[in-house]
Write a protein that binds this ligand. Structure first.
Ligand code: SF4
Ligand code: SF4
Length: 106
């Protein structure tokens, strides 16, 4: 089942932008997942995502004093542009669980 679009999600603590998430047309074989231990919160990946599914998450970590990012997997189209954009190799592609449309982590 296609998850409903999320609306009114802040893009970043540094902006007031919001977005409307449109359901994707088909489930990709892989979706992107941020390695939270490797993410520095630089936000380089955010501008490259064509479907705007990467959010900045508030909260300090040892590597990310301004917070890390997280990917909204149900709308990720698996294009890997964020993987190429990340200067810290902190984004991995996971096989998609067809039942949920999100990363198969098991
Ligand atoms: S793989 Fe593509 S669609 Fe998915 S988060 Fe990365 S840039 Fe966005
Ligand atoms: S480009 Fe990489 S290090 Fe920077 S916010 Fe995105 S995932 Fe984190």
């Amino acid at each position: 089942m296609t998850p409903p679009p999320q609306t009114d999600i802040p893009r970043s603590p540094f902006t007031s932008q919001t977005r409307i998430r449109v359901p994707r047309k088909k489930t990709p074989p892989e979706v992107a997942v941020v390695n939270e231990d490797g993410c520095t919160g630089c936000e380089a990946c955010i501008i490259f995502c064509p479907v705007d599914c990467i959010d900045k998450i508030m909260g300090e970590t040892p590597n990310a004093p301004t917070g890390i990012v997280r990917i909204y997997e149900p709308t990720c189209i698996g294009c890997k542009l964020c993987v190429k954009a990340c200067p810290w190799d902190a984004i991995d592609m996971y096989k998609t669980d067809p039942a949920t449309g999100t990363a198969a982590r098991a």
